[in-house]
Structures are given as C-alpha cells and as structure tokens.
Design a protein around this ligand. Structure first.
Ligand code: 6PG
Length: 522
C-alpha cells in the first residue's frame, strides 16, 4: 500500500501548539492522523515532530494541504477534530468542510473555548451537513501532549464513536487514591487508571462546564496572587521566601498545579548570559520585572456574566475578573498612587508575622472552597435551566488531573457529591462546613490585616462576605424592600403573613396606610 492510499483514523484541523500536541498524543495512542492547517509551515512542523518522536517506520501523521485532501485521506464516516480559536474561525472551518463535501454522518469535534450558546446554535445550524460535537480541552500545551482533561458534549451517538479515543488520550488518575498518573515522555501510554473525560451532556453543556472551570481558574489564580501580594508588600518577604512558604503549603489541602507553577515562577531568575537577560541589582526574581497588567481571553468574564444573568452569585470569580480589569489601568493607578491616601505603615513583631502567614493559608483555603462552591452552584443552576443532567461528582473527577485547576481538593469535591448528588452548595457538605468553621477565624484575621495594610484582596474578602451572606439568616434586604416600595411601590412580603402575599405602604400620603395588594392589582 502506498503512503497516499493510507486512510487515517482521525482528521485534525489547526496545528498550533495545542493542536500539534493533541495530534502527537493521538499518535502515541495508536491513531493515524490526517493533519491540516491553513499555514503550511505548521503542517510541515507537525510531520517533522512526528518523525522525530515516532518509534516505528510507519508515519503516524499525514500532512494534508486542503480540506478536500483531508476528507479524502480519512476512513468513513469521517471523524475530524478542530483546534482553532473560538468564534468565527470555527464557522469558517465548518463552511470550508461543507464546501469540501463533508457528509451528514461525519463528526466534527470543536475542542476550543467556544461560547456555549454558540455551540448550541452551531449544532443546529450544521445538523443537515454533519454532526457538530464539542469537547473543550484543559491542560495547556503539556496537558494536550501527555493527557488533558476533556469535557465532551453533544450527540450521544457521536460520543460512542469518540469515547475510546478520548479515554485513551485523556489524563489518568489512580482509581484508589485519586492522584494523577504522570505521563511525561513521547511514546509513553498509560492504559490503567480512570480517564479524565466523561460525557457531560447535550450540546453546549461541555462548553458551559469548561467556561466555569476557567472562571474557577481565574479565582484560584487571584487567590494565590493576593496571598503573594500580602507576603511581598505587607510582610516584605522575597520571592524565594514566598516560594518556600507556598512549597510547604503545596503539601496540604492547597496542593495544586497552580501552586506548583507559582513556586517555580517565584524562584525563576533568568540565566545572565547577555546583559538584556540579567536582573537589575535590586531585583530578586523575574516576577519583580513583569508588568502588572493582566490579560484575559474572556472565559472568566463569561462565567461572571452568566452568574449575573441567572442570579446565582459567584463573587469570588467576578472579583477575579475585576482584578484583571483594574490591573490594566496601569497609568491611572500610578497617578492615583500619588494622590490617594493609604493607611499608616503597620509594624509587626516576628510572632505576629508568623501568625499572619498561617492566617493567610487558612484564608486561601476558605476562599478556594467558596470559589468552587460558587462554580458548582452556578453549573447546577444552569443545568436546571437548560435541562442538562450534569453529574457533579463526575465533573469533579475529570478535573482531578490534566486540567489547569487540578488539585488534591478536587477529590474532596468528588467525595462530597458522591455523598450527596443533590448537594445545593458545597459549603453545606459536612466536610467543607467543618473546614470553613475551623478556619474562618484565621480567614477573618488575614482579611482584616491585609485591609489594615491597604492591600487589595478582592477575592479573599469577597469570599468572606459570600460566606457570611450565605450563613446570615436575616439580611438587610428587608430594608431594601422597604426602600423599593417607598420610591417605586414595588411591594414587599411580610415575615408574619402567608408567603406570596404582597404589601405596600402609601408612603406619599399623610396617613401612610399599609395595604395588602390583591393578585390582580398593579
Ligand atoms: C485551560 C486554560 C486555557 C487557557 C485560558 C486562559 O483550561 O487549559 O484555561 O483554556 O489558558 O483560556 O485564559 P485567559 O487568557 O483568559 O487567562
């Protein structure tokens, strides 16, 4: 058989860093791939990389130079994976595939961070042309290469075809311990363990879950950054000293990939070969030289917007998005620095400093619990609204390895949803309620001290307000309802009367009589 006549298992479109690594991951797991990118250089790079890594004589990656060639090189019905930027590029590829003759029983899997409503619309739009399936990928470039977390959703029929492939390439965890099974070398395959992929639900559900994953990722990162800020600016610790503290914390309940990479970042000093690489004398580490303006591609914002739209609070996630926005106002902040007063300098004894360090640990832990509680409650809310049967223990399970928020903590969440699949909010699980109650005192102290330092800790403090709001039996919304009734006759309910009965005070009259509003009354 000539090389040209080989029919491949999977077609792949989009050979950027993520795409190329997913292709090599598929190849390691025994799948042959017809690979295409509009940039010919990327096709050639993927072929070259496969040659370097391939341990057999048979090429695993076959380069294609048009959509038509791609379809002609695939087994039927075609299975095509897209790794292209979210938004219009997905539609451009879909239209090109239609032009090239894709068939109704062919499957196209969108692995990008598409907005979930776009995915729902696309599934309908392309129904008569092909089956659009989606499976967001988390784990960055290393995850894509050696095992990502995959969140598939769409046609159940398509899933039966995709499942064995997805289970092969996904990250794996030890079924007993819930710990990741590391795969780090090209050619290495892990067949044992539980794969970090599971069918999420109908079209859109997987992208919604990935969107919330990213919202939690924003919160997790911001919580770490705020603790770093307090340690760096409040206590004046060096990046190396903070790395030592975080390294130690990374052996307890805060053990996570994001903590691990933070330690590496804080320790990093570029090798000083040429003067442009050297750190100035007064700088400890590269982190001190990185411009403090955060970027964002939009998934955190989408999570915050969804939470506001459906009225299911996610303040820690939303604060994390705001923190990135505020950081981008660098010039304005520099101007405000010289104009707006801060607190008096607080001096602390060594003992007080050590206490604050432990308090910060507990504040991070509690804020993290709140961020996940918000994310999972939001998914629950969306599931109810859209009729998705989300399995939250399974979502937590597939986030235990491969993805950016992978952490020991995800096993605690898996356990909580296995104890009670209908759990309304994670904070109400006995384990998490106990953790919050044991650590809340330190959390409050850390928030108070950071506030006295004048250090912004939006994620740590808004989580605390979230916690306090959720455990407050009577909120001041009674007064708020009265205010609304005063200026807009918006009515209120009463604690001492039957639920649903509405009342209004005629505030503008001298008598200010209270009247019961009958149901038809406007
Ligand atoms: C992942 C990441 C990935 C990407 C984010 C970054 O799960 O692998 O979340 O999807 O790195 O989109 O998002 P920002 O650019 O918005 O930080």
């Amino acid at each position: 058989m000539t090389q040209k006549s080989v029919l491949c298992d999977v077609g792949f479109i989009g050979l950027g860093v993520m795409g190329k690594n997913l292709v090599l991951n598929l190849a390691d797991n025994g799948y042959s791939i017809a690979a295409f990118d509009l940039d010919i250089q990327k096709v050639n790079d993927a072929i070259k990389q496969d040659k370097l890594e391939n341990q057999s004589d048979t090429p695993r990656v076959h380069g294609c130079f048009s959509y038509t060639e791609l379809l002609s090189r695939l087994k039927t019905p075609h299975l095509i994976v897209l790794s292209v930027p979210a938004g219009s590029p997905v539609d451009q590829v879909c239209e090109s595939l239609i032009g090239a003759g894709i068939q109704p029983d062919d499957i196209v899997i969108d692995t990008g961070n598409s907005l979930w409503v776009d995915t729902v619309a696309r599934e309908k739009k392309y129904k008569s042309n092909f089956i659009l399936f989606s499976s967001a990928v988390s784990g960055g470039e290393v995850g894509a290469r050696f095992g990502p977390s995959l969140m598939p959703s769409g046609s159940p029929y398509a899933w039966t075809r995709i499942k064995p492939i997805w289970e092969a390439i996904a990250a794996k965890v030890d079924a007993e311990t819930g710990k990741p099974l590391e795969r780090t070398q090209p050619g290495q395959v892990i067949e044992a363990g539980e794969p970090c992929t599971a069918y999420i639900g109908p079209a859109g559900a997987g992208h919604y879950v990935k969107m919330v994953h990213n919202g939690i990722e924003y919160a997790d990162m911001q919580i770490i950054c705020e603790a770093y800020h307090v340690l760096r600016s409040g206590l004046g610790l060096t990046p190396d000293e903070i790395a030592d503290i975080f390294e130690q914390w990374n052996t307890g309940p805060l053990d996570s990939y994001l903590m691990e990479i933070t330690v590496e970042v804080l320790r990093y000093k570029p090798t000083c070969h040429k003067s442009s690489d050297c750190l100035p004398e007064n700088k400890e580490a590269l982190v001190d030289l990185i411009l403090d303006k955060a970027g964002q591609k939009g998934t955190g914002l989408w999570t915050a917007m969804s939470s506001l739209e459906v009225g299911c609070p996610a303040p820690t996630i939303t604060q994390a998005v705001y923190a990135r926005s505020i950081s981008s106002f660098k010039n304005l902040r520099v101007e405000a620095f010289s104009k707006l007063a801060g607190p008096e300098v607080v001096s602390m004894t060594e003992d007080e400093k050590s206490e604050l360090i432990s308090q910060l640990h507990d504040a991070m832990y509690c804020a993290k619990i709140c961020a996940y509680a918000q994310g999972f409650q939001l998914m629950k809310h969306a599931a109810k609204e859209h009729g998705w049967q989300l399995n939250f223990a399974s979502v937590a399970k597939i986030w235990r390895a491969g993805c950016i928020i992978r952490a020991v903590f995800l096993q605690f969440i898996t356990d909580a949803f296995q104890r009670d699949e209908n759990l309304e909010n994670l904070m109400l699980d006995d384990f998490f309620a106990k953790q919050l109650s044991e650590h809340q005192h330190n959390w409050r102290k850390a928030v108070a001290q950071a506030t006295l330092f004048g250090i912004p800790i939006g994620a740590l403090s808004s989580s605390l307000s979230y916690y306090d709001s959720m455990r407050t039996e009577v909120l001041p919304a009674n007064l708020l309802q009265a205010q609304r009734d005063f200026f807009g006759a918006h009515t209120f309910e009463r604690l001492d009367k039957a639920a649903g009965k509405k009342y209004h005070v005629e505030w503008s009259t001298k008598e200010r009589n209270m009247i019961e509003i009958s149901s038809g009354h406007k």
